[in-house]
Design a protein around this ligand. Structure first.
Ligand SMILES: Cc1cc2nc3c(=O)[nH]c(=O)nc-3n(C[C@H](O)[C@H](O)[C@H](O)COP(=O)(O)OP(=O)(O)OC[C@H]3O[C@@H](n4cnc5c(N)ncnc54)[C@H](O)[C@@H]3O)c2cc1C
Length: 390
């Protein structure tokens, strides 16, 4: 007799979505326990994220997962009650390309529109017409998500899923899991910081940026580690009608947040080493070195701004290919992964939570076939090549 049927380690958006879909939408009759060490979520990627959702990926499965995310955002009232609101602003993404990136942007656009995404491919003149405050210098094209893309309040989304999971019978427990216990091809449970062990039939590893470290305690190699990303918050005297989330060819991004501008920089292939687990100090140097120069080039009125503050969070970074690791371990089959989403996990959490719940209840995927993100590709060392990584 085990302590719980399903033990979910980590109560961020992944753990809470998995618990919600298991108990509420798939009617799982067994017990579900979610162990979260910090119910304030102060260091969780979920609450430190830029909280944006897009359909502009190159991999069909990534597009499908985010499209399910949009469906959930549009049906909050049906799922969580008429008061449910996460402040969704459907402002769109604008992904810009220089001549070098044009063919990839166009190929991605074809994939996205074939998936039903509402994305416009715009020439520099059309960009200028639609966004007069934008400099089109050195741009060859831009892809703009007219609907189905935007940003919201991540903490509110987490709160909705967590409360609904609890109301449906999932139990949340505050504890720090020290290690997983394993007997051959099975995970048997988790040892907590008070020295007790919780035994389980199935373990869902939803520990975000800490998942690789925890998997290693059961001799499982999961290439997920923390990578620091800093988000800068600035005030500018000018205003920018209809500004979407802009991704510049330089790798710098920005978007409005009420009357402020937020944004940051992704180092691309030159990504630094993993962050230390407790290090949440913003990389202030990035602002002068990368962010502000790119902002001022792309939106000249941003030459004049005041930096107000910055925060840093950790990507749950998959070093193989920046994409999800989802579903059962091929040999330790009662271990379910929901890890490695890097910079796009928040928007994919509903689809990922439902997928893991389907694996547990049905032993396979029922709605979206997400086997492309299975752990076996990690073993084979075969990355999923997503071209739109931010
Ligand atoms: C700066 C930044 C910007 C981002 N922007 C976006 C965006 O715009 N759109 C998007 O879709 N995604 C974005 N992301 C990515 C997204 O936030 C993550 O992929 C997603 O939140 C991961 O969710 P999670 O539940 O796996 O991780 P988390 O939210 O980190 O939750 C994991 C939880 O596990 C707990 N935990 C860990 N180890 C243990 C343990 N041993 N015992 C008990 N509990 C444990 C932690 O306390 C934590 O609460 C961004 C991330 C960052 C850092």
């Amino acid at each position: 007799m085990t302590d719980t049927d399903v033990l979910i380690v980590g109560g961020g958006i992944m753990g809470s979505c998995a618990a919600y879909f298991l108990k509420k939408e798939l009617g799982f009759a067994g017990s579900v326990r979610v162990i979260e060490r910090d119910p304030t979520y102060a260091q969780s990627s979920t609450t430190l994220s830029a909280a944006s959702i897009r359909q502009q990926f190159s991999t069909p499965e990534n597009i499908r997962m985010s499209r399910f995310g949009i469906d959930v955002i549009r049906s909050l009232g049906q799922r969580f009650g008429s008061e449910a609101d996460i402040g969704f602003h459907e402002g769109g993404y604008l992904i810009l390309a220089s001549e070098t990136g044009r063919s990839v942007l166009e190929a991605n656009w074809r994939t996205q529109t074939a998936e039903g995404a509402d994305i416009l491919l715009l020439s520099p003149d059309e960009l200028k017409q639609r966004f007069p405050w934008l400099s089109t210098e050195e741009l060859a094209a831009g892809a703009f998500g007219r609907t189905g893309e935007g940003w919201f309040d991540a903490a509110m989304l987490l709160d909705l899923f967590r409360k609904a999971a609890r109301a449906a019978g999932a139990q949340y427990q505050k504890a720090d899991v020290q290690r997983l216990t394993r007997s051959g091809g099975r995970i048997t449970g988790a040892v907590l910081d008070d020295g007790t062990t919780v035994t389980c039939n199935t373990l869902v590893l939803a520990a975000g940026a800490w998942a690789g470290r925890l998997a290693a305690t059961a001799d499982i190699d999961l290439p997920v580690e923390p990578r620091k990303r800093t988000v800068f918050v600035a005030k500018c005297p000018a205003s920018f009608a209809g500004m979407p989330l802009i991704v510049d060819p330089s790798g710098v991004w920005l978007r409005p947040e009420r009357d402020l501008i937020i944004g940051g920089w992704g180092p691309g292939e030159a990504d630094p080493d993993p962050a230390a687990y407790g290090d949440f100090e913003p990389n202030h140097d990035e602002f002068e070195a990368h962010v502000w120069p790119a902002w001022a080039t792309r939106v000249p009125a941003l030459e004049e701004l005041r930096l107000i503050r910055a925060w840093a969070g950790h990507y749950d970074f998959n070093t193989l290919d920046h994409n999800a690791v989802l579903g059962p371990h091929p040999e330790v089959a009662n271990l379910q992964f929901i890890n490695g989403f890097s910079g796009h996990g928040l928007q994919q959490a509903p689809a990922a939570g439902r997928a893991v719940a389907e694996q547990i209840v049905h032993g396979g995927y029922r709605t979206l076939d997400l086997s492309v993100f299975g752990y076996d590709r990690i073993v084979r060392g075969e990355p999923v090549l997503e071209l739109n990584v931010i």
